[in-house]
Design a protein around this ligand. Structure first.
Ligand SMILES: NC(=O)c1ccc[n+]([C@@H]2O[C@H](COP(=O)([O-])OP(=O)(O)OC[C@H]3O[C@@H](n4cnc5c(N)ncnc54)[C@H](O)[C@@H]3O)[C@@H](O)[C@H]2O)c1
Length: 361
């Protein structure tokens, strides 16, 4: 029996019954052009219009993706009844003010990660959504990247028994110049990059109890904040998840991989996006399970890329929530748990100790 044929390794995001909600885009920068809009176009979603504080950015994006309206102001976008969902992709410190205005205008939101740099601001957005009776989803789309999604399915099926150890290792030369506003950010890797890994590990395994983290910089790096991090998420069961990230690997041979060991098998995968960023390859995955032939490895072929394909996942999740009434998978309050891991890691590094998630507000 071929396990790949009997297992459900369907990693495609589930398409909601209704996908014709009008979407208004706020912020027409790099990620919207490289990922949001290509993914939405492929899925046939309805983009009503866009707005950017830089009108040239909005005009260029509208021209590139044949978006019918360019709004002269945020208020004009929010006043448009055809916009049901506001999709925000601006630097995090601008997000709360935009989100609160959009909620007051009765819109549902898809916000970029991190929802905010402080937990207070992130919780304020989440609670404003609840008060307004509107859904706020966060764009934690790595969960829908094929390798992460396939591993999640295998874990859910109990294929490797009880997980005992996770190691996620990324050693790459990150082109930080693509995000000039991040160069001087006081917090870098965990807040803007490893947040994806913490969220994916939470999607696999739930919330850790303790977080321990160590941070360093590369000699003479232009970036102000941490670019090398080692973080351990510790679970009550004794399971450890190590996230080891280095953004200054100039060896010419990047590494971006994960390994999950369990009592009855193991899963290994690569993160295709980071192999030669920003040129992406598909993720890869292989697994072994005592449920089949012990020590025999199986490697299903995965399709779709983290960037842009996975970007439809959080948007579909939001549309399902609007349809069905229950919060989206990457609901703002759920995202606050991912943010607690981030903040616990910063506190751990600063105070050189393990930090319990319950220490965070
Ligand atoms: N994988 C991912 O999920 C991923 C990847 C990259 C960036 N991001 C996130 O997406 C967001 C945007 O990143 P980017 O790389 O596109 O940045 P960018 O600098 O390329 O684009 C940001 C755009 O927002 C506009 N903007 C700034 N303030 C605004 C405001 N108040 N109202 C309207 N427009 C405003 C800017 O003019 C710019 O065009 C950030 O929060 C970042 O963390 C997520």
């Amino acid at each position: 029996m071929d396990p790949i044929e009997v297992l459900s390794l369907d990693t495609e995001p589930r398409r909601p019954a209704r996908t014709d909600y009008g979407i208004g885009i706020v912020g027409c920068g790099g990620i919207v052009n490289a990922a949001h809009l290509p993914a939405y176009r492929a899925a046939g979603l309805t983009i009503v219009g866009c707005f950017d504080v830089d009108p040239a950015a909005a005009e260029a994006t509208a021209a590139r993706f044949a978006i019918p309206r360019v709004y002269p102001s945020l208020d004009a976008l929010l006043a448009d009844e055809a916009v049901a969902i506001v999709d925000i992709a601006v630097p995090a410190w601008h997000q709360r003010a935009i989100a609160e205005r959009a909620l007051l205008a009765g819109k549902h939101l898809l916000c970029q990660k991190p929802l905010a740099e402080t937990l207070d601001d992130a919780l304020a957005i989440a609670h404003a959504g609840r008060r307004a009776g509107r859904h706020v989803a966060v764009n934690q789309q790595m969960r829908w990247s094929a390798g992460i999604a396939a591993a999640r399915g295998l874990l859910r099926d109990g294929l490797i028994g009880t997980p005992t150890d996770v190691q996620l290792r990324v050693s790459v030369a990150t082109p930080w110049h693509l995000w000039p506003w991040l160069r001087d950010a006081p917090r870098l890797d965990l807040m803007y990059h490893s947040i994806h890994y913490f969220d994916s590990i939470r999607a696999w395994l739930g919330d850790p109890q303790w977080v321990t983290s160590h941070h360093a910089r590369f000699p003479d790096q232009p970036e102000r904040a941490e670019t090398k991090t080692l973080t351990v998420l510790e679970y009550e069961s004794g399971l450890h998840a190590l996230v080891a990230v280095n953004h200054h690997d100039h060896s010419g041979a990047s590494i971006a991989e994960f390994r999950i060991l369990g009592t009855a098998g193991a899963i290994e995968g690569t993160i295709g996006l980071l192999a030669e960023y920003p040129r992406a390859r598909p993720d890869t995955l292989r697994f072994t399970s005592q449920r089949f032939v012990p020590h025999m490895w199986h490697a299903p072929t995965l399709t779709g890329l983290w960037l842009p394909d996975a970007f439809v996942g959080p948007m579909y999740g939001l549309m399902q929530a609007i349809d069905g009434g229950s919060p989206p998978e990457t609901d703002a309050l759920d995202h606050c748990q991912t943010l607690r891991v981030v903040h616990a890691a910063y506190r751990s590094a600063a105070e050189r100790r393990s930090v319990a998630l319950t220490e965070l507000p």
